[in-house]
Design a protein. Structure first.
Length: 170
């Protein structure tokens, strides 16, 4: 059992967390085994266990537990944990919907150089969700995500550039 946990742990540390969850699911690894790793305060395991609870992957779906594991990961500096907290606030999953809090955690994830946090913070500025609408700031954050290869940022960058240029002319 220890060697299997060591393999999982190395996957968690080296792989993209959602990808390691998929690999774990393919190998029949349950959320309870992530729970064992999370007891060791492995920040990747904490975030991944939150993902398991959010999506009902190997455990019963529970948004409240998901949020708590994301919070534990974020409190230890995990960028994806901060991003996932933002998503919880953005959609009211495990916590009341609160766009201002969502922006706060998207900003924290962006500061930790998470491209998803940067992209979604840019979208908040683009749409004026939880912040005042600001096309130049939207462009700034979406470009940061684009520079890291974020596919959503790449797909939306042209539109945001046009909006930011139009806004500057006003």
């Amino acid at each position: 059992m220890t060697s299997r946990l060591s393999i999982i742990n190395s996957q968690l540390i080296k792989a993209v967390p959602s990808l390691s969850i998929q690999k774990a699911a393919d190998q029949g690894i349950k959320g309870s085994q992530y729970n064992q790793l999370s007891a060791q305060q492995n920040v990747h395991a904490l975030n991944n266990l939150g993902y398991c609870y959010k999506n009902g992957a190997g455990v019963n779906q529970d948004f409240n537990k998901a949020f708590e594991y994301f919070r534990l990961a974020s409190d230890q500096g995990n960028a994806l944990g901060a991003y996932n907290i933002a998503v919880c606030y953005h959609y009211g999953q495990g916590v009341p919907l609160d766009l201002s809090k969502a922006v706060e955690y998207y900003q924290l994830a962006a500061n930790r150089v998470d491209p998803s946090g940067q992209f979604h913070l840019g979208i908040c500025y683009l749409k004026g969700q939880g912040v005042s609408q600001d096309y130049p700031k939207a462009l700034e954050y979406i470009q940061l995500a684009d520079n890291q290869g974020d596919a959503y940022a790449q797909a939306n960058l042209g539109f945001v550039i046009i909006k930011a240029e139009a806004w500057r002319r006003i």
